[in-house]
Design a binder for this molecule. Structure first.
Ligand code: UD1
Ligand code: UDP
Length: 393
């Protein structure tokens, strides 16, 4: 048998596992490549939920999570733990996904050891190092060290080109989260699963909420909670469902602010299938999540993005999302408009998902095969992802 390149995939948090699951499954099915999976364990329960759902079994788990971990201690432990593993396993390429501490530490460890890096979801840019923090820095630092950039969209490719990365090394794949989502949505029934019904109760409609961004902890999150409280009071016939992130800096603030309101349902993080079911059937989705912004357009669920700036502007440019920031009055005003004006809501339900078409993992594996086989281009342009509809660049 000819040489099989060894591809290591590293994951650490919930969104990395969701977004790498399709890539891992595609690599596992490729007989001409060897796969190993590393988990830093940056997250614990929230990662376990995804590993179980997608039947992912890491070859090594560094079990790094500690309560209220600091960025620097996590980075230090991840750098050392990953260095030990990579030095012994010596993969031909390490695949990292996104912009977390795991991604940056893994990229640095690989670079120090001369291991090539493939960056999945490369090229997202907010152009603001403080928003999101520290993710904008993590993904920029990773790009500098990367050999193959798997850009999800043409806009992400454009950002990488502006930074001087070589056109030949950038492959537009679509976002792998759409692959994960489409695969799962086949498993969903027509309405809400029975175990989710109590979250809606007697209400006629529901709004789904998530918020966890580090840069929002001080001012943004209390304002977001204030807006949800105002909306719940103004719309007693609507249920507000908020699966709260386990980070104590988020969890404690949200439960203190919204824990005792009849039509607000705070829950632990939901398993991905349940969450996707809610996202599909929600009247409105309020979120600061990166993945959430990329998923909702598949279901035509209108999104209010609870951030001042986003590195995922495509949905807003198509009118499928609105960037509202974290101002209490503005969030309440924009949400109220969409909850009372059916035409305004319907206008946001047009178009197809600009972030992907469900074939990203297939493109990544094909590009890896061609790269290690010495073929150029790494993936012909006509096989790369092209969103439908005109997105203002
Ligand atoms: C991290 C990522 C962020 C990503 C988010 C996805 C960084 C710097 N941040 O933020 O980019 O959007 O994950 O959710 O990489 N915790 C638990 N159980 C869990 C997960 C977290 O208890 O399963 C608690 C722990 O107290 C932990 C804290 O949350 O110390 C913070 O986790 P961490 O991964 O450092 O930051 P996130 O805010 O989750
Ligand atoms: N998600 C989930 N359960 C929840 C909330 C979110 O499975 O209770 C999924 C969501 O569909 C998306 C991902 O988690 O795929 C987003 O993760 P998160 O918001 O933690 O991180 P981000 O995308 O902002 O980095």
């Amino acid at each position: 048998m000819s040489y099989q390149p060894h591809i290591s995939v590293v994951i650490g948090t919930r969104p990395e596992a969701i977004k790498m699951a399709p890539v891992i499954h595609a690599l596992a099915a490729a007989e001409d490549m060897r796969l190993s999976i590393i988990s830093t364990g940056q997250h614990r329960e929230m990662l376990e939920q995804v590993l179980t759902l997608f039947a992912l079994k890491p070859d090594v788990d560094l079990h790094l999570m500690t309560p209220n971990q600091s960025l620097s201690s996590l980075t230090e432990k991840a750098l050392n733990g990953l260095t030990r593993y990579l030095d012994q396993a010596k993969p031909d390429m390490l695949l990292v996904q996104g912009d977390t501490t795991t991604v940056f530490a893994a990229s640095l460890a690989a670079h120090y050891l001369g291991v090539k890096i493939g960056h999945v979801e490369a090229g997202l840019r907010s152009h603001d190092m403080a928003n999101p923090f520290p993710e904008e820095a993590n993904r920029r630092l990773t790009s500098v060290l990367t050999t193959l950039h798997f850009a999800p969209t043409p806009l992400a490719k454009k950002e990488l080109l502006k930074e001087g990365h070589d056109d030949d090394t950038i492959i537009v794949t679509g976002n792998t989260v759409v692959d994960a989502l489409l695969r799962l949505s086949d498993k969903l029934g027509p309405g809400l699963a029975p175990h989710l019904m109590p979250l809606v109760g007697e209400a006629s409609r529901f709004v789904l909420v998530t918020s966890h961004r580090r840069e929002s902890w001080e001012h943004g999150l209390p304002d977001i909670c204030g807006a949800i409280g105002d909306l719940a009071a103004a719309f007693p016939d609507i249920s507000f469902i908020y699966p709260v992130h386990r980070n104590p800096r988020v969890h404690d603030v949200v439960f203190a602010a919204l824990g005792n309101v009849a039509n607000i349902h705070l829950t632990d993080p939901l398993d991905y299938l349940s969450f996707v079911n809610l996202m599909r059937d929600a009247t409105l989705f309020l979120t600061d999540s990166g993945g959430g912004q990329e998923e909702a357009p598949t279901f035509h669920t209108p999104v209010l993005v609870l951030r001042s700036v986003t590195e995922r502007p495509e949905a807003a440019r198509l009118g499928m999302a609105q960037l509202v920031g974290t101002d209490r009055a503005l969030i309440a005003e924009k949400a109220a408009k969409l909850l009372t004006d059916e035409h305004a809501r319907q206008r946001m339900r047009q178009g197809s998902n600009p972030y992907g078409d469900g074939r990203a993992a297939e493109r990544i594996v094909e590009a890896l095969r061609r790269y290690f086989g010495g073929e150029t281009p790494i993936l012909p342009v006509e096989r790369q992802f092209q969103p439908q509809g005109k997105i203002a660049q």
